[in-house]
Design a protein around this ligand. Sequence first.
Ligand SMILES: *Cc1c(COP(=O)(O)O)cnc(C)c1O
Length: 854
Amino acid sequence: MRAIRRFTVRTVLPAPLAPLGDLASNLRWSWHKPTRDLFESMDPAAWVAVHREPGALLGALSTERLDALAQDAQFVERVRAAATDLEAYLSRPGWYAGLGADAPKAIAYFSMEFGITGALPQYSGGLGILAGDHLKSASDLAVPIVGVGLFYATGYFKQSLSRDGWQQETYPVLDPDGLPLSLLRESDGSPAKVSVDLPGGRRLHAQVWKAQVGRVPLLLLDSDVEDNDEAARGVTDRLYGGGGEHRLQQELLCGIGGVRALRLWSRLTGAPEPEVYHTNEGHAGFLSVERIREQVERGLTFDEALEAVRSATVFTTHTPVPAGIDRFGRDQIGLYFGGDNPLPGVPVERILALGAEDYPGGDPGVFNMAVMGLRLAQRANGVSQLHGAVSRGMFDGLWPGFDAPEVPISSITNGVHAPTWVAPEVFAMGKQYIGPELPREGLGFEKVGQVPDEEIWRTRRVLRGRLVEDARRRLKLSWLQRGASEAELAWTKDMLDPDVLTIGFARRVPTYKRLTLMLRDPERLKQLLLHPQRPVQLVIAGKSHPADETGKRLIQQMVRFADDPAVRHRIVFLPNYDITMALSLYPGCDVWLNNPLRPFEACGTSGMKAALNGGLNLSILDGWWDEWYDGGNGWAIPTADGVDDPDHRDDLEAAALYDLVENSVAARFYDRDERGLPARWLEMVRHTLASLGPKVLASRMVTDYVQQLYVPAAQAGRAAAASSAAGAKDLARWKASVRDGWSGVRVDHVESSGVGDSAQIGDVVHVRGFVSLGDLAVDDVEVQVVHGRVSESDELRPSGTVRLTPAESFGDGRHRFEGEFALRQTGPFGYTVRILPRHPGLATSAELGLVVNA
Ligand SMILES: *Cc1c(COP(=O)(O)O)cnc(C)c1O
């Protein structure tokens, strides 16, 4: 029989236990072990059965059990203490309070996925986990963020394997009533809703769930409501589930519906409206289109509204892989924003222009969400230094006239939320030997030398042992699912060894991550696994996108290799990589392996989580590792950059990997002193914690975002909005006049004095630039000397710029500018003069993409 309706009956807690309701619904428990311990102590067996989710536990306990606990004075006291602690966490001023009035009152953070806890599976991989860590650290630092995303009825898929190792996907339906979510309601108790118009007179409605992430609210839009037709109900059915149209509708709902949900949130709760809008990758970019519509409704022109919106928008790009960037057909966008479904005041041609790839190499038929994101945000960044540089090269077509290094895309390197990812045993060790503050605020890492070798090694053994137990359990379950019988599986209880060097490799399986690089020479790998004195064991996991057959084939190759009875005790593929598995995987691995095809890994964060637990990294110099590998905190796999044949490149890099594992990694791990300890290994563990610990924290990342992007964006947004948007109107007018007048701008000639042919260090060069500005005023431009080394072909590599000051006007728009600079470099040197637009409302002088060189 099938039920025709389903709902979840919530427990009524006895009064003394009432605070457990708040403790369960605030996801702070996901990074606060004392709160989890409290729930576990209510019924340890039930706790495991409900997958360690407090809300589910409360639902699973009988009234009798709850009544008994309510009578237990000691337990009631613990509940009270936990509630007081949560209250104190939520109300302490935090780091952000020290920033004063310059800091934005609220920041909206849009993302298509959020990975916060295994109990809320609304993520597929790194992008979502990063968004979750961003919210958690913002909560710790008291940054007033509000998250916005979608609630997917089935989240991402669950992965299992067929008998022959092929990935199987299932989509268990989540029941939001049984999750740590609450529905946003109008004052009369009815569900609060937003809607977005669709072509053909249809309308997409959504209700809004709120997850409470410490002090940060996260609003999740859900289209599974009765007001919707069947197709519209399915818009939020899955993460990355459908094709282009489905995805476009999701992005419309997230962006446009998301802004509407924020307005609803402020109206219902009195929360301040966000002053800054941060879009985590381009997917939610329509949020700015909706905000332009709002401004037009308030009386601004499109161009004025565009300035008002851009100034307060931050865009983070996350991938240099073209397939990772959403692109739609222009005709599709035309259908959704034009025809019978225009957005009032926002002409469809203007929207199309925002996402147009109208630069050399672009596809004229395509609407590119990342390109729109860059055009709609005054501030943009990549997620590691290398990725920043790669992004500047990738998008430099949007700033014609500028060399890649000047493209206004900065970088903030990702980080990870230590309270989530550091194993309790590691925390306990830090507390005991260093101090209670470690490592929450990034303090104390330099004191890691105080922890005795024996303690570190003992803890590492505990963590490795726990991973081995977890892997055996998972492997056995997987084999039962693959059709093996209990009797065939006795071997699984002996597979992996808690004393063998353990290497972890887990991530999504797009091709560039090269899951199977280690299988390049299977015999060589076998020798490493089965080495008589210095064996290595590998724990591997990862999901392939359901439509990616190549990825599934890679998984199958890996599984088939690991199925071989000769090696299966030393290498395992564990299905269904998710947060829960990750929590035992990172701490349990001695070495974290990452071998992407450089430079496609924008940052990578899993190696950071391993490092915080005392794991060492063995990685291609890509993403974060390119930035922070220092020769002593792990190993760099040499890249065969420039080798064009991909097979040959893989061969070279795999050979280097095998050599490193055998001759450096395993050699050091098994090099024991008279105490039986690998002293030199432990030295590297200490150095890893001391050198990487403070850097890889998400708290460092979030403070960087606040200081480098949110505060300046709030200031720019306020300047644009002040006095009925006078700033935005002025900026729009000024940009139009500069664009119109730019063709009249040129450098007429340049004179210099102070050096002859025999310049020497310390000489001062005086430069006079004679320029024509046409209709533009002296104040509209900046005239610069750019100087630096020159190549044999006179190519200038800038090392400095000097602003020239206006000295004389000749009428006719002609002017002389002057300035000087001192020579500080020996060798071939040169300079040039150029003219750029200048206005206090610009974040950088490259913003308009306009420049005139001498
Ligand atoms: C950290 C994490 C990721 C992302 O790892 P990358 O190194 O950035 O690829 C993906 N999935 C889970 C479950 C994670 O915990």
